[in-house]
Design a protein around this ligand. Structure first.
Ligand SMILES: [Cu+2]
Length: 264
């Protein structure tokens, strides 16, 4: 029996290592400049992977070594304080160390300022769509207020019609178009409940919280269409809340922007 359990443990261990190292179900390819996320993830995975394999092998060995031979007598032991101190300290150092390394990567998205040439775009979550707004040629977003929200007139974010800065604002629903290799600063809002702006290809995930403006920034490195699922269970229609992040060349972006402007 002891041998059978040891073999099962060994097999589980091999299957886990093969599945994780083979990348069969893995992240989508990275298309932003946030490559440190993947490095940090791999570092954590390798360290805990080694510990996992060693622990499983040790467990298997002891299960086999101290298997029931029919004449064993249970012995009371006090434990070993030296071992307790060593593995508790090691675990502490590994967890805190990875946490400290990881927060630097996390802070790139959340605390670092976007580059000065970053293009601004506003993303407002609502049940169940992403409202996208560009400031237009004047580079300024028009004032918004809840009382101006008029969904029948497609004024989803409540742009004040009396504010000249809002006249040239360009709005779209569920389609965020950005030029490739251009830093983009996103001002995240929510109109109703907490949503989450998630672009797995970009390694970006940030909650949109009512009453707050949360800023994130990114630079896309490859043209293409990428999904923006809402990653926060935000109501009955949550399953259909998805936008598209369309990364295009700068020329295509200008054309698209002009076309949108003429249609507003
Ligand atoms: Cu949502």
């Amino acid at each position: 029996m002891g041998l059978a359990i040891a073999v099962v443990l060994l097999l589980l261990c091999i299957v886990s290592v093969v599945l994780f190292s083979g990348h069969y179900w893995w992240f989508p390819p990275l298309v932003s400049t946030y490559k440190d996320y993947d490095k940090q993830f791999m570092l954590t995975l390798i360290i805990v992977g080694i510990v996992f394999v060693l622990a499983q092998l040790a467990l298997g060995y002891f299960v086999w070594r101290y298997r029931d031979r029919g004449n064993n007598k249970a012995k009371y032991i006090e434990g070993n304080n030296t071992f307790e101190v060593i593995w508790t300290s090691l675990t502490f150092v590994v967890f805190i160390g990875l946490g400290i390394l990881g927060q630097r990567v996390w802070a790139q998205l959340h605390f670092d300022q976007p580059p000065a040439n970053a293009m601004e775009v506003e993303v407002t979550g609502q049940q169940f769509q992403w409202n996208i707004r560009y400031p237009g040629p004047d580079g300024k977003f028009g004032r918004t207020e809840a009382k101006y929200v008029d969904e029948s007139a497609l004024n989803f974010v409540g742009i004040d019609p009396t504010d000249p800065a809002g006249k040239d604002d360009i709005t779209t629903i569920n389609r965020l178009v950005v030029p490739v290799n251009q830093p983009v600063k996103v001002l995240l809002h929510s109109k109703d409940v907490t949503h989450s702006f998630f672009v797995p290809w970009f390694r970006i995930k940030q909650d949109a919280v009512p009453g707050m403006t949360i800023t994130i920034h990114f630079t896309a490195t490859k043209t293409g269409e990428y999904e923006i699922p809402c990653a926060e269970l935000c109501g009955l229609g949550h399953y259909k809340m998805r936008g598209i992040l369309d990364v295009v060349t700068p020329g295509e972006f200008q054309q698209w922007l002009q076309k949108q402007a003429s249609q507003q």
